[in-house]
Design a protein around this ligand. Structure first.
Ligand SMILES: [Zn+2]
Ligand SMILES: [Zn+2]
Ligand SMILES: [Zn+2]
Ligand SMILES: [Zn+2]
Ligand SMILES: [Zn+2]
Ligand SMILES: [Zn+2]
Ligand SMILES: [Zn+2]
Length: 1758
């Protein structure tokens, strides 16, 4: 209580404040001798007075008093005149800025240009983008995370298109000028004075740490006992914890607590209690005591109100400064000057330094405000930006240290400003050259990674959580390093070389700590106990990948730098090697007469590490030496002689062997961490600076070695040396190996080793290694990806390494190698490899995984087979090596390799020699192929030398040395060609032999004369000619074989038919067994005569109808007295056709649904998948589902796609979501047709009406009597007076004709419709049950009719089977339902329904005819009528009743349409001429008379008739469908197709005159009084006077909202959206596609309870909205994610691909790629149709069945 009274006291505003005059104060200040003192006095007096007036001191920011009393004098002083005049003057004098500098809000769209931006951090705001040239470029779009500003106008950010139209300085603005020159001396002095005081005041206050004292000069006169209990934000505690704590500590409601927590999260602090010191202290201690899982308590402080007041004003002041400097560059410069001026304490004491150095101590709100000021001042002034950058660099180490301890995100840390400074190329270069920035960053980084092992390498597994946290933070430094490396120096100087190389040395130090980290040793025997930590090291490697690549680019840009860097790198590598001597002993290897010394080392036994960044950097530099030709130009400057090739290859080779052994399964016991490491080693994210470089290093080393030596070392490291060096070793090994696994492992090792040799010789697509460009490399990569399968753009991007600008370079080359295939309605656009690129396919492409390799192989063979060429996949012709690597080709003809090849071929020839594998053989053949290609090429290049240096053909023709007389490789191949078990390799061997012969021929001819071009062409042609002949022969064989098979097949078929003749006969004769009933039942009846209702109804005989139960597969007749058959169906409430989404059923228990309003606000829709079952079978099935579900829920409490508690189940056949079953019954009007067709039918509407009203009177009496007989034993006087007429059957011994089983199902389905339609508990006794059954029939027909119109389909014949079955059974069910309802209930409904058209004083008041949907009324009347009719014996037949009821409702509808038809807006057509036009005009005039001319005068009968026809057509079409299913009369052929006289045919089928107005003429005696009555109800009047908006006809089909073509328009729109509850930026703005509302989804602030569900849980904004807008079904677009959200009920939902596609035909869910997105109308249409056809719930069901994780999402929170 105390708190409340205090609050009121405080909030009284001192009225003296209003009389305050800012001008007077400013004038006094101008005279003052000690200005600071005066100003402080002013602040000391007023600030606490104004700011400490309420429980929340920070909300006053926009307060007028603040402006008037506190800021007013400042502005007066500054301007020296009325600021209202002064500021505009300043603004005018100011040259308009050519920098945009707009600071981004969270969620605002930002644009970058991939063609022109210097780096991806250069962005534009939407306005600038739209006015820039980049619109037509390849731009990227993202949503800002907040912070950062628009770079428009920054010459260093853009290569082209620096300015948008708005910020274009034009001709004049290029010259640099002093911004102060626009200001007067006086003004400069004044501004300087006041800014200096105020800026210092603000900074002092923000960093003030005392809780109840103030700086000198600010002490308040009267320091009262008012305090605030201030709660601060941290990133440790969750929302829930804070809310819980606050509820306890300050006794607030949940809602208040949520408010506090939100504010703390947003502002960084919030006063949660205000009062005397004790009172606040008490709250503080409770908050501090509250235990949480965290060790740290929440930060809370009790502060004196005056301290809080001054801090609040300080923030306002800084914001004010940001605004004021917007008026003038001069003011901005002064603020910058003041900010950077050194203070009294000397170095680092400027205000800017002070703020930066205190950053981590400030709360979020304060940081945001001063960062904003920095951005709008220091960063917008080029001169001071530079000075600021220097200050930032000087403080860098300290700032980073603070950031490590700070628990706020980088977004609100001052360190985040680095992106604004370091990405500016000139600044970055200046900082690197003059301020050692590169070294500072790397050293700071190293400082924070202290944990190292004995060798000085990083050791991450020892990290504590705190260190791990730090490690995450420290990674942002790598980002900074990346920024400064983005732009290479345009020219090098001695100084810049020196500075860069210093930085490079520091960088090498870092890499040195990584070289050999996380070593592993193979585990034998036991599996490792704990997976070792490996992610940290890989994270570091991944983050550094781009930096390493960029440093290499820097090196490559200057020859001297490259040479020095190479030397330094080599030095460090040598140091590393001296570090790890693993007790390696020297050994000698010898083979084929060659021998080499190496060390004994086994990867499988000793330590090995996958991290070798120093080796890899050297490999990269080595390739660059070759690429830049430095190696050839300055060999004397390079330490090439110091290189020890065996030393260079040692560690990379170990790493590759490790990878091979892991593949071979030798390291299984080392667990998943190693498997993961090897995976990443090859992965696209790491491979550029890992696997690829290891390969390059092997190539570099091997090129400097004797190939035989190299191969022997290779064999030795693969632990295969013995196998290949000792003859017969293999045989022995295979025989002796106890374990088959060992042999298997060995085989894989051999395969891997052969693969490695293939790669070392064959991979030449690195610039510098082979004579290729970077584009060639990408091109080859793409070709090989597309050889696996066609791929979408995004998939392809993922397989290519990205550079630091997130570019792959793919766009430049893709057109050359692939063609684009556009997507259809689903799926993505795909790139398909161009056919002529297939020949560049290499089966052993180094980036293929084994799985990819086999897929590609399969695909390529298939392709070749389709082109009916041979299926050999020979190696492609490679580009030549660069000189430095040229000697690598000699590996192919080295003795050791030939020996290896020979050995494998030998194994293949002798089946029992060794357990060799086909993969091995395949690789050997590939190697031979490569050698032949090489020889062929060498001869072409230098045929004068006759390719003497490379003569593979000669070597393979020679017989082997050992064993004696072993055949030559060539002979072996020839033998293998005919080995039947090697069928798969036959084509390849054939290709080899053929190529061999070609080369041989070339060699034979060349000594005399080099082969001429013509010869060669001839040869090739010969080849192809032979191929052609061969192909033709093969095709012929294939054709013959096909024919033979066909012949066999048809023979078999004949047999089958003969054997099963009877069966076939049956199927031909048997009637259609589908449930589609009565199609063409009576083709004998001529179409013209087809009439669906009334006494003239076409007579049809019920056809036998048979359906099959999907559960027991038995057939069943549909009859009235058999076991019930049911149709699986789904009933849902719907607002799809609603014309008024604001209408809500407030009180479902007492809601009267008898009359449907024409706005169709709520309906009940029934849909079905069309599958039928026995009722019994279904019941058993459903019980089983229930049981299963109960059991399941005990185990796991998750949601499923269906909710059994609401009776939901999945159709047993198609898994479509269902919640009810419709019983199948025969057409009711056929059943009744026999009863009274004979009675005198020549009657009139008036006679029939009289008779009906008589009947109704009797009913009234009868019911009264019955009621009374129940209550008072029939002794009332009236009841004796009135006698019931004779023809009234009092003893209705009405007996249902339906079997019990059918009756049960009628009742059950009726109840479901009632329950779902009204959202109430089932109640069999409720009189509204039949109403809802009729309602769902009418609503479903209307809904289907609308979609047919929309799709422009004729009424009949185009319904899908399932809809047709559903409508038929639904109509018949509704017609039969009255038989299971209490007769009096249905009769009462009929009486009330009829009273709406025909007055009946005994009935309750009925609505006016403009408030009734006539089709609903018709259906209800027709379906209720039999219940009345059955008590009448002398009157008319049911058919007569149908007809007159139909005519009556039709006339009412005509009146309705005419009353609401909109006036014509065009010139009159010619005067009414046709009979219809005259008649309708006459009728209209009658209506005008009745409405006392409230109806506007209309002269054009043509127009009226036109309106009427259009307006009534939907009603007639719905009626046609309805009566068709009711009576079983087939529709005339004309209604099944599009045709001109649709209207006339409809009228005939419905027994209506074509001139509808004739209805009134024929029945004038009955209708005249009715019309008058219809028009004179008071409600009509208010409609006509436009007090109520009436629905006009035809009602149009509802559509989803219009979406903009460009997605960024939506993002922009959403970024402006504020949460309606908190007034904040919404984190997940979500658009309702049904009504266009934007919602604040997935957020605490907007959770609510559902209407009428006060006990339930809180639900998110989307769920809540879907219940109002879509009766529980919702279609939303999550704007920031670009994702469609479908919701149904509280528990069901799924995501759905958005209708926005990029240029590559792909969606971008989550906006991760940022390509421009455009609306795909077809896809949006598809989504719309899903909604219009009530299939959203079904779609969700299918999605949830397909993806079980969807069921686990808490959809109602969204
Ligand atoms: Zn801009
Ligand atoms: Zn601009
Ligand atoms: Zn551009
Ligand atoms: Zn069955
Ligand atoms: Zn189904
Ligand atoms: Zn909506
Ligand atoms: Zn909200």
């Amino acid at each position: 209580m105390a708190a409340d009274t205090e609050r009121q006291e405080i909030s009284v505003i001192d009225s003296s404040l209003l009389e305050f005059c800012p001008k007077d104060v400013a004038m006094m200040w101008l005279q003052a001798t000690d200005l600071p003192k005066e100003v402080y006095k002013h602040l000391a007096y007023y600030v606490p007075k104004i700011y400490c007036t309420g429980p929340n001191p920070s909300i006053l920011d926009d307060n007028l008093i603040v402006q008037h009393v506190l800021l007013g004098p400042l502005e007066w002083y500054l301007c020296g005149e009325d600021p209202g005049l002064g500021f505009p003057k300043l603004e005018q004098a100011n040259k308009s800025s050519d920098l945009c500098g707009r600071v981004f809000k969270v969620g605002e769209p930002t644009y970058s240009c991939r063609d022109c931006a210097v780096d991806p951090t250069c962005v534009l705001c939407m306005d600038c983008f739209l006015g820039s040239i980049h619109q037509g470029h390849r731009y990227r779009m993202t949503t800002s995370g907040g912070g950062g500003f628009c770079d428009c106008g920054d010459a260093e950010a853009w290569r082209k298109g620096i300015h948008c139209q708005k910020h274009d300085p034009g001709m004049s603005g290029t010259a640099e000028e002093d911004p102060l020159s626009h200001l007067s001396e006086d003004m400069i002095a004044r501004t300087y004075n006041i800014v200096a005081i105020m800026f210092k005041y603000a900074v002092d206050m923000l960093i003030w740490e005392k809780e109840s004292e103030l700086p000198l000069g600010l002490e308040p006169l009267d320091k009262g006992d008012t305090y605030y209990c201030m709660l601060f934000n941290d990133e440790v505690h969750t929302y829930e914890q804070v809310i819980l704590t606050l509820k306890k500590a300050v006794n607030c409601t949940h809602k208040e607590a949520v408010g506090y927590a939100t504010a703390v999260d947003r502002e960084g602090r919030r006063a949660v209690r205000c009062g005397d010191y004790q009172f606040c202290e008490q709250a503080k201690s409770v908050i501090m005591r509250t235990p949480g899982r965290q060790t740290k308590p929440l930060k809370v402080q009790v502060m004196h109100s005056s301290v809080v007041a001054h801090q609040c004003f300080s923030l306002r002041l800084l914001t004010w400064l940001s605004q004021v400097i917007g008026y003038s560059d001069g003011l901005r410069r002064i603020v910058c000057q003041v900010g950077l001026q050194e203070g009294q304490e000397g170095e680092n004491s400027s205000l800017v330094d002070t703020l930066m150095l205190n950053d981590s101590k400030l709360w979020k709100g304060a940081r945001n405000v001063y960062h904003q000021l920095f951005m709008s001042s220091l960063l917008m002034d080029m001169k001071y930006k530079k000075l600021f950058a220097v200050r930032f660099t000087e403080n860098y180490q300290q700032l980073q240290r603070d950031f490590m301890e700070d628990d706020h995100e980088r977004l609100v840390s001052v360190t985040g400003l680095s992106v604004q400074l370091f990405t500016v190329p000139t600044l970055a270069r200046m900082l690197v050259m003059d301020h050692d920035l590169m070294s500072i960053i790397i050293r700071t980084f190293m400082d924070h990674l202290k944990c190292k092992d004995a060798h000085g390498r990083f050791q991450f597994e020892r990290y504590t959580t705190a260190q791990a946290f730090k490690f995450r933070r420290v990674q942002s430094l790598i980002g900074d390093l990346k920024y400064i490396l983005i732009s290479k120096p345009p020219e090098w100087t001695d100084k810049s070389r020196q500075k860069f190389l210093e930085g490079f040395e520091n960088f090498l130090e870092l890499l040195k700590c990584m070289q050999g980290m996380d070593p592993v040793t193979r585990q034998v025997g036991q599996h490792i106990e704990m997976e070792p930590e490996w992610e940290a090291a890989f994270t570091l490697q991944m983050k550094l990948t781009h930096v390493i690549s960029m440093i290499q680019e820097w090196c490559a840009s200057d020859e001297l730098v490259l040479i020095e860097a190479y030397k330094k790198c080599l030095n460090v590598l040598i140091q590393c090697h001296s570090g790890f001597a693993d007790g390696e002993q020297p050994i000698t290897l010898s083979m084929c007469g060659h021998s080499v010394d190496t060390i004994r080392y086994c990867v499988s036994q000793e330590k090995v590490s996958i991290h070798l960044p120093v080796s890899r950097l050297l490999a990269g530099l080595h390739a660059l030496l070759s690429k830049t030709e430095v190696a050839y130009k300055y060999p004397e400057l390079l330490p090439l002689s110091e290189l020890s090739p065996p030393m260079l290859i040692e560690h990379p080779l170990r790493c590759l062997v490790l990878s091979a052994q892991v593949h071979a399964g030798m390291w299984r016991r080392n667990g998943f961490s190693l498997v993961n490491q090897v995976y990443y080693y090859h992965n696209v994210k790491c491979r550029v600076e890992m696997f690829d470089k290891d390969l390059t290093m092997l190539q570099a080393g091997a090129s400097m070695m004797d190939p035989n030596h190299f191969l022997m070392i290779l064999l030795s490291r693969f632990e295969l040396y013995q196998l290949f060096s000792i003859p017969e070793y293999g045989k022995k090994f295979a025989a002796e190996a106890a374990n088959k696994d060992i042999v298997q492992q060995n085989n894989i090792l051999i395969e891997e080793m052969l693969h490695l040799i293939i790669m070392i010789v064959g991979e030449r697509f690195v610039p510098g290694v082979g004579q290729v460009s970077a584009a060639d490399e990408i091109e080859r990569e793409i070709i090989h990806q597309l050889c696996i399968r066609p791929m979408a753009h995004s998939e392809l991007v993922k397989t290519l390494p990205e550079d630091e600008n997130k570019e792959t370079g793919m766009e430049n080359v893709i057109e050359r190698v692939a063609s684009f295939k556009k997507p259809g309605l689903t799926g993505k656009g795909l790139y398909v490899l161009k056919p002529d690129c297939a020949k560049r396919f290499s089966l052993y492409f180094h980036h293929y995984s084994r799985a990819e390799q086999s897929k590609a192989e399969e695909g390529q063979r298939k392709l070749k087979r389709q082109n009916s060429s041979d299926t050999a996949l020979p190696p492609p012709v490679p580009p030549p090596f660069c000189t430095l690597f040229a000697s690598l080709v000699n590996i192919l003809q080295s003795d050791v390799l030939l020996s290896i090849l020979r050995t494998v071929l030998q194994w293949a020839l002798e089946p029992n020699s060794y357990a060799w594998s086909e993969s091995m053989l395949q690789r050997v053949l590939h190697l031979i192929g490569m050698a032949l290609q090489e020889e062929n090429q060498q001869m072409e290049i230098n045929y004068e030398e006759n390719g003497e240096s490379f003569n593979f053909t000669q070597k393979v023709s020679r017989p082997g040395d050992a064993p004696e007389n072993s055949p030559s490789i060539l002979t072996m191949l020839e033998t293998l060609q005919n080995t039947p078990s090697l069928e798969a390799h036959k084509e390849m061997i054939k290709w080899i032999l053929k190529t061999f012969n070609t080369i041989k021929k070339l060699r034979e001819r060349s000594p005399t004369s080099p082969l001429t071009e013509m010869d060669r062409n001839l040869m090739e042609e010969n080849c192809t000619f032979k191929d052609k002949v061969e192909r033709k022969r093969k095709a012929e064989i294939a054709r013959l074989r096909r024919e033979k098979i066909m012949a066999q097949m048809s023979e078999m078929q004949r047999h089958f038919i003969n054997e099963n003749k009877e069966l076939f006969q049956q199927t031909l004769e048997e009637p259609d067994t589908s449930t589609s009933l009565l199609t063409d039942a009576s083709s004998a009846v001529s179409n013209a005569a087809l009439v669906a209702l009334g006494p003239d109804q076409t007579k049809v005989t019920e056809k036998r109808q048979v359906v099959i139960c999907i559960l027991c597969q038995e057939e069943q007749d549909i009859k009235v007295d058999t076991r019930a058959m049911v149709l699986s169906s789904f009933v849902q409430r719907s607002t799809v056709m609603s014309k008024n989404r604001k209408r809500i059923i407030q009180d479902p228990e007492n809601y009267d649904p008898l009359f449907m309003h024409p706005d169709l606000a709520y309906g009940t829709h029934t849909g079905s998948c069309g599958h039928t079952m026995h009722a019994q079978c279904w019941q058993r099935y459903f019980e089983a589902v229930l049981l299963k579900e109960q059991r399941r829920q005990h185990r796991t409490r998750g949601h499923t796609s269906y909710d059994v508690e609401h009776g939901e189940f999945l159709c047993p056949l198609c898994e479509c979501i269902s919640n009810a079953v419709v019983p199948l019954v025969p057409s009711p009007r056929i059943l009744f047709s026999s009863d009274s067709q004979n009675s005198s039918e020549h009657s009139s509407l008036s006679r029939w009406l009289r008779s009906v009203s008589q009947l109704i009177t009797s009913l009234h009496i009868f019911h009264e009597k019955n009621n009374k007989s129940d209550n008072q034993l029939a002794n009332s006087p009236e009841s004796k007076d009135v006698q019931l007429p004779d023809n009234f059957k009092t003893d209705i011994n009405f007996k249902s004709i339906y079997s019990d089983s059918i009756k049960e199902m009628l009742t059950i389905f009726g109840l479901v419709v009632y329950k779902v339609g009204l959202k109430v508990n089932p109640n069999e006794q409720d009189p509204r049950v039949p109403i809802l059954c009729w309602g769902t029939c009418a609503y479903t027909i209307q809904s289907i009719e609308q979609t047919l119109v929309d799709e422009d389909k004729p009424l009949f014949s185009h319904l899908p089977c399932r809809q047709e079955d559903c409508l038929a059974s639904l109509t018949r069910f509704s017609a039969a339902h009255w038989t299971v309802s209490p007769l009096p209930v249905v009769q009462k409904h009929f009486v009330r329904l009829l009273a709406a058209l025909v007055p009946d004083e005994k009935a309750e008041k009925s609505p006016c005819i403009l408030d009734i949907d006539m089709f609903h009324l018709l259906v209800s009347l027709i379906l209720a009528f039999p219940a009345v009719h059955c008590q009448d014996i002398l009157g008319f037949s049911v058919h007569t009743g149908d007809l007159y009821l139909f005519h009556l409702v039709t006339m009412a509808h005509i009146v309705q349409i005419l009353l609401t038809s909109l006036p014509e807006n065009t010139m009159d057509q010619e005067i009414s001429s046709t009979e219809e036009e005259v008649a309708v005009a006459a009728l209209y005039n009658i209506l005008r008379r009745h409405t006392k001319s409230a109806l506007k005068e209309r002269s054009s009968g043509w127009h009226l008739w036109h309106n009427l026809k259009a307006g009534i057509l939907p009603f007639l079409r719905c009626s046609a469908l309805f009566f068709h299913y009711l009576s079983g009369v087939p529709p005339p052929a004309e209604l099944r197709v599009h045709g001109p006289n649709h209207f006339e045919h409809l009228c005939r089928y419905l027994s209506l005159p074509t001139n509808l107005i004739d209805l009134f003429r024929i029945n004038s005696d009955a209708t005249d009084p009715l019309i008058q009555r219809w028009c004179t109800i008071t409600e009509i009047d208010s409609y006509l006077k436009n007090e109520n908006i009436a629905i006009s006809y035809p009602r149009e089909l509802n559509r989803l909202i219009e979406l903009p073509n460009d997605y960024s328009a939506l993002i922009n729109q959403a970024s402006a959206f504020l949460c309606p509850k908190s007034g904040d930026k919404s984190r997940t703005p979500t658009l309702c596609l049904v009504c266009g509302a934007t919602l604040c989804s997935q957020s605490y602030c907007c959770q609510t309870k559902l209407e009428g569900d006060d006990a339930g849980e809180d639900v998110g904004a989307c769920t809540a909205h879907s219940f109002i807008c879509g009766a529980g079904v919702g279609i939303f677009l999550r704007v920031r994610e670009c994702q469609i959200l479908l919701l149904a009920g509280k528990t069901k939902g799924c995501f759905y691909p958005p209708p926005y596609l990029d240029d590559y035909g792909e969606t971008d869910q989550g906006l991760r790629r940022g390509n421009p997105l455009h609306l795909c109308r077809e896809r949006y249409k598809k989504l719309e149709k899903l909604w219009q056809q009530h299939s959203i719930t079904e779609e969700i069901g299918h999605a949830q069945e397909a993806n079980q994780t969807l069921a686990g999402i808490d959809w109602q929170q969204l």
